[in-house]
Design a protein around this ligand. Structure first.
Ligand code: AMP
Length: 395
């Protein structure tokens, strides 16, 4: 992994793939600045070394040049966050783009128009990648959120910088955090997997069985397991087609020495709504007309005791329907347990979609060692895949 610090940026023009795919409201204001803030250390470092920066990003999924998805909407926000007045080019490639980029002085930043105005980008078109490469003298990839895509800007353009390409700080930190769990996690390692369905987590579960000592299964996935084990699940979300697989998984875990932990009790509702009447059931004995929507108090206590014994913790997926405040206790409780373990020296990584949203929503973010910025990229990393954007930098 070639880091920023190993590259000379003095009088160089760094073309940086960032992930500025931020949410905008109807007035085109940025409603979550996390991704822009996350790119700041890389940009600041390059400027401090006497370089200039050309920023490449996509925004949304435009069909052609959709003005609503122009990156011009975010220029002021980027300038404010970086504390530098950022220039904007309404082209992404071509003579005007190259001439604006070439005119940059050290210390200046130029944001190019949305990469996905060009359909070649997502096709990984090589000629388009070559045009992008003309915008700078060094290639830096700092877009973890798109590192699992073999697009022109995220992967293909790296080949045009055989000697001058490196990981941005954010991308490097993401890779280090994943390696700390998947490659050299201190034992005991626990993975907490929640979310709605077993079917969408199969490859992750299989991959984690090779890496962890304990696997906590929570959320809607629980009921496929309990049904497979002969329990009654009432109206809980359940995938009967995956019951055999669930049993296979339990056997596989046993043979690999991985302990699987399921909840022993659940908080059920008589309806799928926040205001449903609540009742706690043993997990294997949910009555007809009730659906398990959160982990129960005894389960939370068991998980807490286990998590506090672990040195490496991975969390992906909520333990219940956390969007309903009345069924969010299990998710909050697990977050707090992880926070406490982290305070006592464990390494914790939260990644992949809804658990990140939950951690932010419940004010637990500062208690975790690392929160991933990438959804799909994180999930593919947990599946054990090598991401094309990362492979291209290492080539
Ligand atoms: P995923 O994207 O697979 O991580 O799933 C996240 C979703 O799982 C969230 O929207 C949760 O509301 C949902 N979820 C968690 N627990 C349950 C449950 N017991 N029943 C139904 N949905 C659940």
């Amino acid at each position: 992994m070639r880091l920023l610090q190993e590259q000379n940026f003095h009088s160089e023009r760094a073309v940086i793939r960032v992930d500025f795919n931020v949410p905008l409201n109807d007035e085109f204001q940025v409603t979550d600045k996390t991704r822009i803030q996350a790119a700041k250390p890389t940009i600041e470092y390059i400027l401090s070394q006497g370089g200039s920066c050309v920023l490449l990003s996509h925004l949304g999924r435009p069909k052609g040049r959709d003005p609503k998805l122009s990156l011009k909407h975010i220029v002021n926000e980027v300038s404010m966050i970086l504390g530098v007045s950022v220039l904007f080019c309404d082209q992404t490639v071509g003579s005007e783009a190259v001439s604006m980029a070439s005119a940059l002085e050290p210390g200046q930043i130029l944001l190019m128009e949305n990469l996905r105005y060009h359909q070649e980008e997502t096709k990984g078109d090589e000629a388009f990648a070559e045009q992008l490469a003309q915008l700078g003298s060094v290639y830096v990839n700092d877009a973890f959120g798109t590192a699992h895509r073999a697009h022109s800007s995220t992967t293909i353009m790296a080949k045009f910088f055989p000697e001058k390409k490196c990981f941005g700080t954010l991308l490097a930190n993401e890779v280090k955090a994943i390696d700390k769990v998947m490659k050299d996690g201190e034992s005991p390692v626990v993975a907490i997997l929640g979310g709605a369905k077993v079917s969408s987590k199969i490859t992750i579960i299989e991959s984690l069985l090779e890496k962890v000592d304990h696997l906590i299964i929570g959320g809607g996935m629980v009921y496929t397991f309990t049904k497979a084990l002969g329990g009654t699940v009432g109206n809980s979300i359940c995938e009967p087609d995956f019951c055999d697989y669930a049993l296979e998984l339990l056997e596989k875990a046993k043979s690999k020495g991985v302990e699987i932990h399921l909840p022993v009790d659940v908080v059920a509702g008589n309806d799928f709504s926040n205001d449903a009447t609540q009742k706690v059931f043993e997990v294997r004995n949910i009555a007809e007309g009730w659906e398990g929507l959160d982990a129960g108090p005894k389960s939370c206590e068991n998980f807490h005791n286990l998590i506090l014994k672990c040195k490496t913790i991975l969390w992906n997926g909520p333990l219940g329907v956390f969007e309903f405040p009345n069924f969010s206790k299990g998710t909050i409780s697990i977050g707090e347990s992880i926070g406490q373990a982290t305070k006592s020296g464990a390494f914790s990584l939260v990644g992949g979609g809804d658990s990140v949203a939950a951690v932010k929503q419940f004010g637990l973010a500062s208690k975790m060692s690392y929160i991933s910025t990438g959804g799909g990229a994180m999930l593919e990393s947990l599946e054990g895949k090598t991401l094309p954007g990362i492979a291209a930098l290492n080539a």
